[in-house]
Structures are given as structure tokens and as C-alpha cells.
Design a protein around this ligand. Structure first.
Ligand code: GLV
Ligand code: MN
Ligand code: MN
Length: 424
């Protein structure tokens, strides 16, 4: 069966998909750089995006506001005001040189679903809240999920003192954004207010495409550990210091990076490790690098596997630094356990997919998502939408209109047929 065969009814009315794709392009046009898409947490462009999302939420019949960390929060009341809500969401920050779909697809789709209910005057026996999380990627302040942690009530106040690469504190950046960093506590929600948390997201991998399926049910979100490393040697003259006497921090980092790659490559159990950022000082052609900072991102299908790998990698880095007479400083900047999706939400997503006439397929998420934080305050369910070539965190990221539309129809069905988990 081809992927298009999997669409129900031949010719489709892609009305939700059209709106979603148009808005993806509009939001994707808000960027710090003309050359590529970058919309980092608490920048001017991030604020412009938040204002646009607020306007879409209001147009969809929601009350909308920003909370103190910059999450865009919309609420569509149920049959009567004040009912507990089904929360839908995804993030509106991006990586650098990003695609347009990672985050915005889930957020925009959720808003379109609410707009559809509103157009039909449909109220449900529960409220719907849509949250555009302000920081999922963690590019600017090294720690990730700051938006969803604020909503889950697990925001660590000490993060307010962390600094971006330009030296600005998170506290100052929040104030410059027009918000009050002393009110982040007020963004926290309680388990009693939330019936569940549902997120639709692009798959960011090739599995659905390989199986010719437009959507899938997520089973779990893989945990991750992120570390920052600093190697310190001795800067010196590139022409005068003999090779044997050098303490070159950059060649030490190069050896460390290759060791990490080799360790993960030969693991064969799904371990992945990435060094995505490196900075060498003083950074001149004719000076031996005296200090190098780099980051590591380590993920594995299970938490014990990832923890063992991190311990082994740290040991290898210590050995390399020792052999080269370099000082090594390591910091864990982010650690998240693997988060299982709730079986009762998986069942309801599967029912909606089947009702669309599509095969039900389950797959895990190797990428991180806001559900990793939301699990502390609600059960989590996720729907994946196929993306072209499995490409993500790259400007070529792409979702076909028909798939965006299918994702929206599935999400709308889940919402309209949603049954809260019976109290146990
Ligand atoms: C978020 O996209 C992550 O998995 O790093
Ligand atoms: Mn991402
Ligand atoms: Mn994402």
C-alpha cells in the first residue's frame, strides 16, 4: 500500500492542513537572521512570535496570555467555565539554522483544532488549553525545557542566574522580554487541573516514511544527558614551542570528541552521542589553543544504558586529559529520564488513527519533548507526523500538506472523543 493509499476517501479536503501550512510559513518567517531560521528563547523575534501566537489563539476563541517565563497560554472553556483541561502543546523556540516544523507543527495544529471546534460552536465536558512552550531546545541558556518545567512546577530558580554566551543572565533576559522573573512560580499547574497532556510533533526521524505512514503513536521519549566540558592547557607561540612540550587543549578536545564518537558507534544498542558546540581560545592562527569548551549530548533507549555510557565516556575523557596534561572540568547541564507515554492516552490516539482508516503503528521518540517535563504534572501522550527524509534540526525539514492535515484530523478526533482516565 502506498502512503497516499493510506489516506481515506481519495480526494481530501485539506482545510485544516492549508491553515497549518500557511501559519508554519508565517511563523518560520520570524527569525533573528535573514540567512537562516533562528528564534532563540527570549529574543526580540521570540517575542514577536509569541504575540502572533496569542493573536491566533484569540482568533480561535481562546483567552490567551503569556506566563512569566514566556509560555503562550490559551484556554478554550468547556461546557461550563472552570472545568479541568486537556492540555495540548509544543514549543515555539528553535535551534540555530532550524527547520520550520519542529515545535510549531504541534502548537499550530492544536490551535487549528480549537478554531475548528469554535467555528462549530462545539463545547466539550472539559476545557482545552494550548501552550506554546517558550524554551524546549535549550540553545541559549544551556538548560532545556525551561518553559514546560515552569508549567510542571519543577522550574529551578537557580537557573535564573545562568548566562547566555553574551553574558546576559536569564533573569535579565526575562525582564527585557517584558515579564517578571519573580513570578515564574505562578506558571505552575496542579495535577488536579490537568486531565492529560497531548503533543503532536514531527517524527524527526525516518521510520514513518519508511513504512509509508503519515502518523504514529509514540511509546516513550528517550532520556538524555547533556554535559559541558572545559579542557585547559597552555597557550603558546605556534612557531617556537616544540610539539613534545605542548599542552594543546584543542587537540585534546579533538581526541576526546573522536573517542566519544567511537564509543557510541561501537555500542550497537542504540546509544547516540553528539558534540554540537566547540569554542577554542584564544582562537588565533599562530597561537596554540590554551582552553577549549565543548558540549556533549548522550542518549540511549534506556536510562541504565545511558547512565553507564556517561560514566564510561567521562572516564575516557579523564584519561585523555591526564595523558595530555590538561585540566578537565565537567558539568552536567541537563539530565532527563526516559518518559513513557500513558497507555490510556496511547489507546485513545490509536483509536483516532484507526478511525481515520489508517494503520496504527507505535514508535519511540529519540528526540526530547516538553512531555519530559509535563510528566511531573500530567500523563503524557504523543502523536508523530511523518517528515520528509526524517530530516530535522535542519532547514530542509518538511512535512507534506496532506500529512499535516492527517495529523490535525487525528488530533481533533482524540480531542472530541477524549475520555479522562477514570480515577483509580
Ligand atoms: C530537542 O529537539 C532535542 O531532542 O534535543
Ligand atoms: Mn528540536
Ligand atoms: Mn521539538
Amino acid at each position: 500500500m502506498s502512503d497516499r493509499d493510506a489516506d481515506v476517501g481519495g480526494l481530501q479536503d485539506h482545510s485544516l492542513g492549508n491553515e497549518i501550512v500557511g501559519r508554519i510559513a508565517e511563523l518560520g518567517g520570524i527569525s533573528q537572521s535573514k540567512e537562516h531560521l533562528a528564534r532563540l528563547f527570549l529574543t526580540r523575534e521570540h517575542r514577536a512570535a509569541a504575540d502572533l501566537i496569542v493573536s491566533w489563539m484569540r482568533e480561535a476563541g481562546m483567552r490567551a496570555r503569556l506566563d512569566a517565563i514566556g509560555n503562550v497560554c490559551g484556554r478554550y472553556e468547556g461546557e461550563r467555565p472552570g472545568l479541568p483541561c486537556l492540555m495540548l502543546g509544543s514549543h515555539y523556540d528553535t535551534v540555530v539554522d532550524a527547520g520550520k516544523w519542529d515545535g510549531p507543527l504541534g502548537l499550530i495544529t492544536a490551535i487549528s483544532c480549537v478554531a475548528d471546534l469554535n467555528r462549530r460552536g462545539r463545547r466539550l465536558p472539559f476545557a482545552i488549553e494550548v501552550v506554546g512552550f517558550a524554551d524546549e531546545e535549550g540553545v541559549r541558556f544551556a538548560s532545556t525545557l525551561l518553559g514546560s518545567r515552569a508549567v510542571a512546577g519543577t522550574f529551578d530558580e537557580s537557573a535564573l542566574n545562568s548566562r547566555d554566551r553574551g553574558g546576559m543572565t536569564l533573569r535579565q533576559a526575562i525582564a527585557d522580554f517584558g515579564l517578571d522573573p519573580d513570578h515564574i512560580g505562578a506558571a505552575a499547574r496542579t495535577r488536579r487541573e490537568l486531565l492529560g497532556y497531548l503533543e503532536l510533533h514531527i517524527e524527526q526521524g525516518p521510520v514513518l516514511e519508511e513504512r509509508s505512514l503519515p502518523v504514529g503513536v509514540v511509546t516513550a521519549i528517550a532520556g538524555a544527558t547533556r554535559l559541558s566540558a572545559r579542557l585547559t592547557g597552555m597557550a603558546g607561540h605556534a612557531g617556537t614551542v616544540p610539539m613534545a612540550l605542548r599542552r594543546d587543549a584543542l587537540t585534546g578536545a579533538a581526541e576526546a570528541i573522536c573517542a566519544i564518537e567511537e564509543f557510541c558507534r561501537t555500542d550497537h544498542g542504540g546509544l547516540v552521542g553528539t558534540v554540537g558546540y566547540i569554542h577554542a581560545l584564544p582562537g588565533a592562527t599562530n597561537v596554540i589553543p590554551g582552553q577549549v569548551s565543548f558540549t556533549m549530548d548522550i542518549r540511549a533507549p534506556t536510562d541504565p544504558h545511558r547512565k553507564r555510557a556517561v560514566t564510561d565516556i567521562v572516564r575516557q575523557l579523564e584519561a585523555i586529559a591526564g595523558r595530555r596534561n590538561l585540566a578537565l572540568q565537567l558539568n552536567v547541564t541537563h539530565e532527563n529520564r526516559t518518559v513513557p507515554c500513558a497507555p490510556w492516552l496511547k489507546t485513545q490516539i490509536a483509536e483516532a488513527i484507526a478511525a481515520e482508516g489508517l494503520p496504527v503503528f507505535e514508535l519511540p521518540s529519540g528526540a526530547g519533548h516538553d512531555g519530559m517535563a509535563m510528566i511531573d504534572v500530567a500523563d503524557v501522550g504523543m502523536i508523530f507526523v511523518r517528515c520528509r527524509g526524517g530530516i530535522s534540526h535542519h532547514p530542509d525539514e518538511h512535512v507534506e500538506l496532506a500529512d499535516a492535515d492527517t495529523g490535525a484530523r487525528v488530533l481533533l478526533r482524540v480531542i472530541e472523543n477524549f475520555r479522562p482516565q477514570p480515577a483509580v
